[in-house]
Design a protein around this ligand. Structure first.
Ligand code: 3NM
Ligand code: MG
Length: 521
């Protein structure tokens, strides 16, 4: 029987599961019907245990439902079941029948998908004529414990890059493995490689185990359709990055000038020790601070055009709820969020907190000292390949490599502070030698720098590395000038001198004195 092939919408791909642990006592046909009502765009019937007769019976009921909604039905592995019910195609794993043989049997109109967990597998599947790829395993999942490798969003990115000829992706790709409402936007965002993006995500438990499959499908589809666009809109894909260092530096005074005059909102969820100092630094540099750890008001604040700082000074359950609410609220409108994983590696609670926050949304900037950045590196990829293989990061080159690797993995700007600061967006990595010894002798100087960088990114979101660099230079050059002052005699007198210089440096540049050949840069 010949099936005219319709264009397929891969956005939300449901893979079924009939095991009691996931399906419970729900009726699979009813769940699939509800899920499609909610927004599922393609269905795969996957049952590793049932007898062939039962499979054919269920597949045929599922096909009636998918046909009613005009959604394709694929069968996992079993060509015989596919043919018996006239389903639109099959999905095959690496241990199943080969793609070429399956095509011979099913013909050119059938949809044939292949699971790929490496670049090699993906390329072979494309050569063999696969119509789409299911790529993963993204994150470890209890639904399928015998998966070959956990590749993370970085692995997805590598496969998406390899699936492209020139700039065009050749086959549709969906990611699979522990994807749910809490991480779907992050997966879509972080897996993107240039304009090559996932066409959708495949889920099992997020819908099959749900008490309300329709509502779960609806909210997943909503997340899939909304966030990435909003987020990417902040960085137009065709914007050329300034990669020449002299040109990068030449932009800095203009960005400082824009910031100083902005009064941009800087929303801080930060620890009590640094609140006062960070708020003063915000005012001195030209932003308008608000110190609020009240999650429910974050959506209103997120709409004011500013940035959020999540400073994990303490990671109590209450604070974690507020951080997560804040992150979601700012992500929802595409506004920048800076993550300061204070004490990140110190305790099990903090390591968990870092992991939870990284999975809960996306950050524009992650900043920390060497051990905090180390904690970020080791988190969320502990079972994945990548930067966690743990070379010591003692040399300058190793530090630069580490921030670059995390920037690529997390798709954001990463700053490792220290005597020399290392800043990277994955494409460009810079070392910054400015600063003062006194910054290490007063409390909250690192946290306050986070607030400065966040508001700079809000003022110049089109190039977050450049914005962060401008914020760092504003901060560290002011510190140098404060240390050089006659009235600065130690950490105590450094603080007021530093606040003065943050303000004065900004005013000088605002008045045009830093712009041109004789400025401070
Ligand atoms: N295939 P959940 S992971 C069916 O990596 C399947 O190839 C995988 O289930 C692969 O959405 C997986 O509940 C299960 O995590 C995904
Ligand atoms: Mg299989």
């Amino acid at each position: 029987k010949s099936r005219a092939r319709l264009p397929v919408d891969w956005s939300l791909y449901l893979v079924t599961d009939s095991t009691p642990a996931i399906l419970g006592d729900k009726d699979i046909v009813e769940v699939v019907d509800q899920a499609i009502e909610g927004g599922v765009t393609i269905v795969q019937y996957r049952d590793k245990h049932a007898d062939t007769g039962v499979m054919v019976e269920i597949a045929s009921k599922l096909h009636a439902v998918t046909q009613k909604h005009n959604v394709p039905l694929l069968i996992n592995d079993r060509l015989d079941v596919c043919q018996a019910v006239g389903a639109e195609g099959i999905h095959i794993g690496q241990d199943d029948m080969g793609c070429v043989e399956a095509r011979k049997i099913l013909g050119p109109d059938a949809i044939i998908g292949v699971t790929a967990s490496s670049v090699e597998e993906a390329q072979k599947a494309i050569e063999d004529g696969a119509d789409y790829l299911g790529i993963g395993t993204t994150f470890a999942t209890p639904t399928k414990t015998d998966t070959k490798s956990i590749i993370g969003t970085r692995g997805l990115q590598e496969i998406l890059a390899a699936c492209a000829t020139g700039t065009e992706k050749t086959v549709p790709c969906v990611a699979i493995g522990s994807i749910n409402a809490s991480n779907v936007q992050r997966v879509l965002h972080q897996s993107a490689h240039g304009s090559n993006r996932l066409n959708g995500v495949a889920v099992v438990s997020a819908i099959m185990a749900s008490m309300d499959p329709q509502a779960s499908a609806r909210s997943l589809l909503d997340l899939i359709k909304t966030a990435p666009e909003k987020f990417y809109a902040a960085v137009p894909p065709n914007t050329a990055r300034i990669t020449d260092f002299a040109n990068l530096i030449a932009q800095i005074p203009y960005i400082i000038k824009a910031h100083v005059s902005s009064s941009v909102l800087c929303h801080n969820m930060t620890n009590t020790v640094v609140q006062n100092f960070a708020a003063n630094v915000c005012l001195a540099t030209g932003s308008s601070p608000i110190m609020s750890e009240n999650g429910p008001e974050a959506p209103d604040l997120a709409r004011l055009g500013g940035a959020l700082v999540i400073n994990m000074g303490t990671a109590t359950p209450d604070k974690m709820n507020a951080f997560t609410a804040g992150l979601r609220a700012y992500n929802a409108v595409g506004a920048p969020v800076l993550f300061d994983p204070v004490g990140g590696g110190a305790t099990a609670v903090r390591r968990d907190a870092v992991k939870t926050l990284l999975a809960a949304g996306f950050f524009s900037v992650i900043k920390g000292n060497e051990s905090e950045i180390g904690a970020v590196a080791g988190t969320s990829t502990t079972r994945q390949r990548g930067v966690d293989s743990g070379p010591s990061v003692s040399t300058a080159e190793e530090k630069a490599k580490l921030v670059k690797a995390i920037a690529l993995r997390e798709h954001c700007v990463v700053l490792m502070t220290g005597k020399t600061d290392y800043l990277s967006d994955g494409e460009r990595t810079v070392a910054i030698e400015n600063g003062s010894q006194y910054l290490g002798k007063i409390t909250g100087s690192g946290c306050a720098l986070g607030s400065v960088i966040a508001s700079y990114v809000a003022v110049h979101p089109q190039d977050k590395l450049l914005a962060a660099l401008a914020g760092i230079l504003h901060y560290e050059i002011a510190a140098e000038r404060a240390e050089a002052r006659q009235d600065c005699r130690g950490p105590g007198s450094f603080i007021p001198a530093f606040l003065d210089e943050l303000y004065l440096l900004g005013q000088e540049i605002k008045d045009g004195r830093g712009i041109g050949s004789n400025g401070p840069f």
